[in-house]
Design a protein around this ligand. Structure first.
Ligand code: HEC
Ligand code: HEC
Length: 373
């Protein structure tokens, strides 16, 4: 087929709602929905994802709605309102639930999964499962999955799976990467740049990377200005609000983003903000090391983490907290190298000599997964 005919065939498939491997999906746009009950519900769900602090967070006018104290919106991680390839997209998620959840050791619902992110990624209190906010979030998630048949693998889910390092990821090297590349936006103290009204939310968008590149260059010339604090932020004033990466208003230590493989892949595919996974800005090594620095920083503690993953052999290889059943220590589970742990699991050492089943939790929670960058 000629390139033209391939493009035509892909366009036809996309019109039919068939996901085309290797191509970005056509994310449906809720603004195109009419002003009726469904359209309003879906748009409210979208707003809850992108404008979380104002609607159910620290900035909510009704104190009863302030369920989460963080400076984060869902879309700070589920980029572009949950539609960005390898930006933890929410396209296709609706049909994956209910699903077996290794973290809880039982089948869980989509409502429970959303509350998992609210209590860990936003360090908040769960939404009432039958309340208007949960209904709207589920409506938006269903809307995003229209055209994705249940059980198909959506291209671009998750954050990717880079090559593993054969040494432990190095937070000290990562700190230098952070000072040089990330601090200009996220602040040398990792606290982000809140909007004037106190929000860490973002309009999304792709202008950030260029702004950071020029700002970063300036900072590099000014020898350590970014590391020193204030100057880097001024240089990046046209970037807008940026979410915190650690400290009291960040995700807690039970969140998925606090796992090395999740953070490293997310950063490699998406940071500096505006980066696309086809054209990563960081080397693979820098991404692992800066992620190691990130997960070493102080953040809120979630109670009861030792009860996670009741079936220990299903615990992700990079879970930052014990107990572990495989004889590798916490440092190696947090920073790697992971190959020896994987090899031991394959050999069945953690299952009393029986060969281990393929571990559904080894990278990200189960669900159809696609080819990775
Ligand atoms: C151009 C400014 C900019 C630079 C530089 C940048 N980020 Fe970000 N980062 C953002 C913005 C903005 C968001 C939120 C994106 C959104 O809401 O659409 C974000 C989100 C994140 C998130 C997920 C949300 C959270 O708060 O945990 C992580 C993790 C992250 N960045 C890490 C990094 C790391 C590590 C670097 C350096 C390698 C980096 N970023 C460089 C602007 C930047
Ligand atoms: C600090 C980053 C972060 C924030 C903020 C966040 N999440 Fe998540 N979320 C994650 C990670 C990491 C995963 C695991 C992704 C995977 O399985 O590939 C996840 C998974 C999910 C899933 C399941 C996706 C799947 O592929 O199975 C849903 C649904 C979800 N989040 C909803 C939300 C909602 C709604 C909010 C806001 C109330 C939110 N998240 C806020 C990081 C975040």
């Amino acid at each position: 087929m000629t390139a033209n005919r391939i493009a035509l065939a892909c366009a036809a498939l996309m019109l039919l709602g068939v996901p085309v491997p290797g191509l970005a999906w056509q994310a449906p746009d809720p603004s195109s929905l009419p002003d009726d009950a469904w359209g309003r519900e879906v748009r409210y769900g979208r707003d809850l994802i992108t404008d979380t602090p104002r609607l159910i967070g620290s900035e909510a006018t009704d104190p009863a709605k302030r369920l989460e104290p963080s400076g984060l919106a869902c879309s700070n991680c589920h980029l572009q309102a949950g539609t960005k390839e390898f930006g933890l997209p929410l396209v296709g998620v609706f049909g994956d639930f209910p699903q077996y959840r290794p973290r809880e050791g039982r089948v869980g619902t989509l409502e429970e999964r959303v509350n998992g992110c609210i209590t860990r990624s936003l360090n908040g209190s769960p939404l009432p499962v039958d309340g208007p906010e949960m209904r709207a979030i589920l409506s938006y998630l269903r809307f995003l999955s229209i055209g994705t048949p249940i059980g198909t693998s959506t291209p671009g889910r998750g954050a990717g799976t880079m090559k593993l390092l054969d040494r432990p990821a190095d937070p000290v090297r990562g700190e230098a990467v952070f000072a040089q590349i990330c601090a200009v936006c996220h602040g040398a103290d990792g606290a982000g740049r809140m909007a004037a009204d106190g929000a860490g939310r973002m309009a999304g968008g792709g202008a950030g990377r260029e702004a950071a590149e020029s700002a970063g260059q300036e900072a590099a010339e000014g020898a350590g200005r970014v590391g020193a604090g204030g100057a880097g932020r001024e240089a990046a004033d046209d970037i807008g609000p940026v979410p915190p990466l650690w400290g009291a208003r960040s995700f807690n230590d039970g969140a998925g983003m606090n796992r090395l493989t999740v953070a490293a892949n997310f950063i490699h595919a998406n940071m500096p903000n505006g980066t696309d996974w086809h054209d990563p800005a960081l080397s693979v090594e820098d991404a692992w090391d800066v992620a190691a620095f990130l997960i070493s920083r102080p953040r809120p503690h979630a109670a009861g983490l030792e009860a996670d993953f009741p079936v220990l052999r299903q615990k992700p290889i990079d879970a930052g907290y014990g107990p572990y059943a495989d004889g590798f220590d916490q440092a190696q589970h947090r920073f790697g190298p992971f190959q020896p742990i994987e090899a031991a699991r394959k050999a069945g050492l953690s299952t009393g000599g029986k060969p281990a089943k393929p571990d559904p939790a080894a990278t990200t929670p189960p669900g159809p997964r696609a080819a990775t960058p």
